[in-house]
Structure formats: structure tokens, C-alpha cells
Design a protein around this ligand. Structure first.
Ligand code: AMP
Length: 280
């Protein structure tokens, strides 16, 4: 496994790699969710490239950029074990040179939910992912369903800008008790960690409601709300049931809708989602 920092070194190393190249962009502090993406890339591609970059432009001024967990040595050991060919951990200075003022942004899809609560977040994501794609030039790129709106936004961007890249969306990796794996789970103390399973439990309640024939989104959301009413450490930011393509709210359900939630447990913000009618 080769590890590079500069864009020049990345381009040189990339030129040596046999196609198809599979690419997994990450912000590091890797867990089983990231590694499941890497494994899927490894199984389908001749070469696998992983980037590790805590992208400053996707964090809001009051968000956790400074405290975001980092452990490059551990990440590299995990990636080596997973038979990755090339790891790129660019510097913020090279990604955002002095005077930087060019942005990629996606319109409607970024307006609701994460986009509404985190102004500028998706512009940071689509800009950095465009830059990573331009540099790595992969044939396939792997993203997690964990960040469902992000995955949809990247898919839209790739189609709109004609990137010749296939976007592969991978299922959500969960802890044994259902909590979706996230680098931010490390922020949770013991009580918060227990409370955090409320997201998964509420998604199970939504699935149960749909399985029993409920077609009113309002009632499904009420069933989720009931789970939260018994969890004092949790503060809901949103529970939304949307069309998985447009992210527009759905009132009547016919199966296949996406239910998404963002919740604060203490100071830690967690997101999760599920496709209604699918096992999880
Ligand atoms: P991040 O390092 O948080 O930017 O995540 C990098 C990639 O890993 C993104 O495509 C995420 O959606 C994906 N990812 C993060 N957590 C999970 C998870 N629990 N299961 C599957 N994919 C994940």
C-alpha cells in the first residue's frame, strides 16, 4: 500500500494503477462502515484508492471541525489490512489554495433536511468530492447509505456534470445493538451510548407500522415519536418521510419511501435512515 499527501504524488501513483479503479472518500477515524465500502471496492475493482481528508468547508462555524476525531496511524493499518493500493491524505492548504473561490453546488436536493440545518454543508461536500474525483479519476466510487441525502446529492452531481464514474451506494453498517456506525459515536458517554439506540428503535417502529398496513406518513412518524418520548436524553431535529429520489415529503406511503432522522444525544448529533418495507 502506498501513502501520499501531495497532488503530484497522488497523480503519479494513480497513473500506475490498473483499471478499474475503485475510490472510497472518507474523513478518517475509520470503522467497520468505512471498511465495508473498501471491501466492496476491493471485490469489484482492480485497484482501490482511499482518501482521508477532514474537509473544513463542509463544517459550519459552530460544528466540530476542531474536535473531529483523527488517528491516521490506525487508519493506515486498517487500510493496509484491507489490501488498499493507495491512500491519499491531502493537506487543506493544497485542497484550498489561497484565494480559493470556486464551488460546486446542487440546488433542490440540498435544500431540505441536512441542507436546511447545516447551511453550506453540501456545497462543501460536492466541491471537495469533485476535486477528489478530478484528482483520482476513478471508474467507480463508493458511498454509504448512512448519509442518504449526501449519496443522492453526489449521484445527482455526477449525472449533472457528466463525471464518467459509477456511484455505488453501500448498506448501513450497524453495531450489534443497531446503532449506525459513525466516527462521531466516540463522543458519546456511557449513558448517551445506550440512549443512542433510540434512532434504530424508532426506525424499527416505523417498519412495524408499515408492515401492519399503515399508509399515512403522519401515523408512522407518531409511532417513531412515541419511542422518543421514552428517551429523555434525545432531542429530535427532524423525522422525515420522503421520496428517495427527490427528497420531497410524502404523506401517503406505498413502500420504498425513505425515513430519515437527525437527533441530538447530549451534544452529539446523529443521523440514521431506512427504506420503508426493507429489512434492516
Ligand atoms: P465519513 O468518513 O463520515 O465522511 O464517511 C465516509 C463514507 O463512509 C461515506 O460515504 C459514508 O456514508 C460512509 N459511512 C459512514 N458510516 C457508515 C456506516 N455506518 N455504514 C456504511 N457506510 C458508512
Amino acid at each position: 500500500m502506498k501513502t501520499v499527501i501531495s497532488l503530484d504524488d497522488l497523480r503519479q501513483a494513480r497513473a500506475q494503477l490498473p483499471a478499474p479503479v475503485g475510490f472510497v472518500p472518507t474523513m478518517g477515524y475509520l470503522h467497520e462502515g468505512h471498511l465495508s465500502l473498501v471491501r466492496q471496492a476491493r471485490a469489484a475493482c482492480a485497484s482501490v484508492v482511499v482518501s482521508i481528508f477532514v474537509n473544513p468547508t463542509q463544517f459550519g462555524p459552530s460544528e466540530d471541525l476542531a474536535s473531529y476525531p483523527r488517528n491516521l496511524q490506525r487508519d493506515l493499518a486498517l487500510l493496509e489490512e484491507a489490501h488498499v493500493d493507495l491512500v491519499w491524505s491531502p493537506s487543506a492548504d493544497e485542497m484550498y489554495p489561497p484565494g480559493f473561490q470556486t464551488w460546486v453546488s446542487v440546488d433542490d436536493l440540498t435544500a431540505p433536511l441536512e441542507g436546511a440545518l447545516r447551511p453550506g454543508h453540501f456545497r462543501g461536500v460536492t466541491t471537495v468530492v469533485s476535486k477528489l474525483f478530478n484528482a483520482v479519476q476513478p471508474q467507480k466510487a463508493y458511498f454509504g447509505q448512512k448519509d442518504a441525502q449526501q449519496a443522492a446529492v453526489i449521484g445527482r452531481m455526477v449525472r449533472d456534470l457528466n463525471f464518467p464514474i459509477e456511484i455505488v451506494i453501500c448498506p448501513i453498517a450497524r453495531e450489534p445493538d443497531g446503532l449506525a456506525m459513525s466516527s462521531r459515536n466516540v463522543y458519546l458517554n456511557v449513558e448517551e451510548r445506550q440512549a443512542a439506540t433510540v434512532l434504530y428503535r424508532s426506525l424499527l417502529a416505523a417498519q412495524a407500522a408499515v408492515r401492519s398496513g399503515e399508509t399515512r406518513a403522519e401515523i408512522v412518524r407518531a409511532a417513531m415519536q412515541e419511542i422518543f418520548d421514552r428517551e429523555p436524553l434525545a432531542n429530535i431535529q427532524y423525522i422525515a418521510i420522503v421520496d428517495p429520489e427527490t427528497f420531497r415529503t410524502r404523506d401517503r406511503l406505498s413502500g420504498g419511501e425513505l425515513v430519515l432522522l437527525a437527533v441530538k444525544i447530549g451534544r452529539t448529533r446523529l443521523i440514521d435512515n431506512a427504506i420503508l418495507g426493507e429489512s434492516m
